[in-house]
Structure formats: C-alpha cells, structure tokens
Write a protein that binds this ligand. Structure first.
Ligand SMILES: NC(=O)c1ccc[n+]([C@@H]2O[C@H](COP(=O)([O-])OP(=O)(O)OC[C@H]3O[C@@H](n4cnc5c(N)ncnc54)[C@H](OP(=O)(O)O)[C@@H]3O)[C@@H](O)[C@H]2O)c1
Length: 300
C-alpha cells in the first residue's frame, strides 16, 4: 500500500494522471485535509482510500499510516519529520520526500531550515529507506504560485521592471514532469532507494529570457526596463513600504540574482527523467490563463 500526502496539490494532480494512465491497481491511501478539493481523486477510478486530517496531527499521521510499505510525502518539507517518524513506527520500508532545491541558496534565511530538516532526516537512513526529490520552482498551470503571477502581470502591463541584469539563471520545472518523476522513482526502486535527486526543467534560462518567452507566448510586446541592482534594492524598499501586497520583497530582489541551475544526469540515468523545455511547458499555462477569462493573446 502506498501512503500519499499532497495528492490534491499541483504535482500530485499529475502523479494521479500518470497512475491512471498506467492503470495502477495498487492501494493508495491519501491523507487529505478535511476541506481539500478531492474531486480529482474521487473521479480517478484508482484504488484510493482517503483519510481526512492534517499533517500537523502526529497521532493521526501515525495511525493512518498503518500497513503502508511505501510513503510518498509531497505535501511540505515542514512535515517531513512527522512523516518519517510515523513511517518508522509503522515499519514502512521506504519514504520518498519531496523537498526543494531551496536548500542550495546562499541566503540562509531561504536555506537554513530546509538544510536542518533534511540533514536530520537523512541521518535515519540506517533505519528506513529515504529518497529525497528536490524540485526547482514549479510551474505549469494556474495552480502554481509563481509563474502564473508573472503571466498575469505581463498580460496586464506593457512595462516589466527587471531588477538587476536579468542574466541570473533559472530552471523551472513543469508540475507534470514532477508527477512523472514521483511515479518513476517508485518504479525504479533498485536505483532510487536512498538517493537524492534535483528535479529542474530541461535547461536553465536567464530570467530575462523567461520573461521574454512568457510575453511572447501571451502575444505581448513587453518592454523590459532594467533597473541596476542597487537602485532595485532601494526601489523594492520603497515599493514594500507603499504596497502591503507588494509582488516582491527586498530579499527576493537579492535572491533573484542567484543562479538556480541544476544538473539532473543522475535522475535521467536512474529513472529516465526527461523534463520538458520551459518554452514548450509554459504554453499550457498561458493557454489556461488566456482561456480563463476569455482573454485573447493578441499583440499590443
Ligand atoms: N511551488 C514551488 O515552486 C516549489 C518549489 C520547490 C519545492 N516545492 C515543494 O514541492 C512539493 C510539491 O509542490 P506542489 O506545488 O505540487 O504542492 P501544492 O500545489 O502546494 O500542494 C500542496 C499539497 O499538500 C497538501 N497539504 C499542505 N499542507 C498540508 C497539511 N498541513 N496537511 C495535509 N496536507 C497538506 C495540500 O492540500 P490542500 O489541497 O488541502 O491544500 C496539497 O495537496 C511541496 O512540498 C512544495 O513545498 C515547491
């Protein structure tokens, strides 16, 4: 029996799609929050059993995991310790944890907690099989929290303020590639047990090219206005002081200058990881955006 968290989330959606395509007959127990939208699970025809609860409820997590051999924890690194503990108490053989490449940030405020949680857990590898999957920024539909905001911004505005040169590299990953990676990790246990994998998109792009690609996909002709880094920091300070819902914080401006490019040769070798290029993957999201409000992608 597979115990699954995060099945109702963005990449969880694509895992279920893959399980359906493969006509998976195995039992799957999903921990879902009482108010989660489970319509996708309910209509899947998979052997899904739902347990209502929250990952912050340690007793419930432990009790509900009884009988699980494999645990796939997609929901949040913040609950990984609880999940691994429950898995060990229940004698599960293998826990697959979806964490983040955020651990590689040189900004401690971004990485310290991830490193601490992950490294503490990895010390338990002598007691239970632990595989860690680390996605980069996830995109692919209105369900992502990053790219969709950029799509919306570029649709509605002619000018885009680029903090710094925009040459910093990013390698966002499509949620569908993650869903497939989860499935393939489980199916290739002899290669993937007790390993760690970064899961980025097909290739890294300078941020400025990401903006251009999205703008082009929207049929827009965005004017990118580069603001030198120092001025960007000052501007972000002022912007945050004036707007409570500011789209970007001062630290985000600084973190944006970091390259976030990752190699995935080991994932390709061990389970055939083959993510889609951003230029192709973003088209789904842009189409959804344009269709959602009857917008049209005409050039301005
Ligand atoms: N977004 C990114 O750019 C990014 C980058 C790197 C790594 N990650 C990590 O990658 C993983 C997959 O991301 P995703 O975008 O597929 O996830 P997502 O769309 O944010 O969905 C999160 C899932 O976890 C569930 N969940 C959250 N808190 C829970 C709790 N306390 N108890 C029970 N269930 C809970 C949610 O349930 P509900 O349906 O009730 O909300 C949902 O099913 C996550 O761990 C995320 O932190 C994300």
């Amino acid at each position: 029996m597979l115990y699954l968290t995060g099945a109702t989330g963005h990449s969880g959606y694509w895992l279920l799609e893959r399980l359906k395509r493969e006509q998976c007959a195995g039992r799957i127990r999903c921990l879902v929050r009482p108010h989660s939208d489970t319509s996708h699970l309910d209509s899947s025809n998979l052997a899904i059993e739902k347990v209502a609860g929250d990952l912050s409820d340690r007793d419930l997590v432990t009790k509900s995991m009884e009988g699980a051999r494999v645990v796939l924890h997609i929901a949040s690194i913040k609950h990984s310790t609880t999940v691994v503990d429950a898995a060990m108490r229940n004698g599960a053989e293998w826990v697959i944890l979806v964490h983040t490449t955020g651990r590689y940030s040189k900004y401690k405020s971004a990485s310290a907690e991830y490193i601490q949680i992950e490294d503490d857990i990895l010390r338990m590898r002598d007691r239970i099989g632990i595989t860690v999957l680390r996605p980069t920024m996830i995109y692919g539909s209105s369900r992502d929290r990053n790219m969709y905001r950029l799509v919306d911004y570029l649709y509605r505005h002619k000018f885009f303020p680029m903090f710094g040169s925009g040459e910093n590299l990013m390698q966002p990953v499509h949620a569908r590639d993650l869903g497939n990676a989860y499935y393939d990790t489980i199916c290739n246990r002899s290669s993937t047990l007790n390993k760690g994998y970064n899961l980025p998109g097909e290739h890294a792009l300078p941020y400025i090219d990401i903006v251009r690609t999205v703008s082009q996909a929207l049929g827009r002709n965005t004017v990118i206005v580069k603001i030198p880094l120092r001025a960007s920091v000052v501007a972000a300070r002022v912007y945050n002081a004036l707007d409570r819902n500011a789209m970007i914080s001062v630290e985000q401006v600084l973190r944006m200058q970091e390259d976030k490019a990752f190699d995935y040769a080991d994932a390709a070798r061990d389970f055939g990881y083959s993510p889609v290029p951003f230029e192709a993957g973003i088209l789904d999201e842009v189409s959804e955006y344009l269709a959602s409000a009857g917008r049209c992608g005409t050039r301005r």
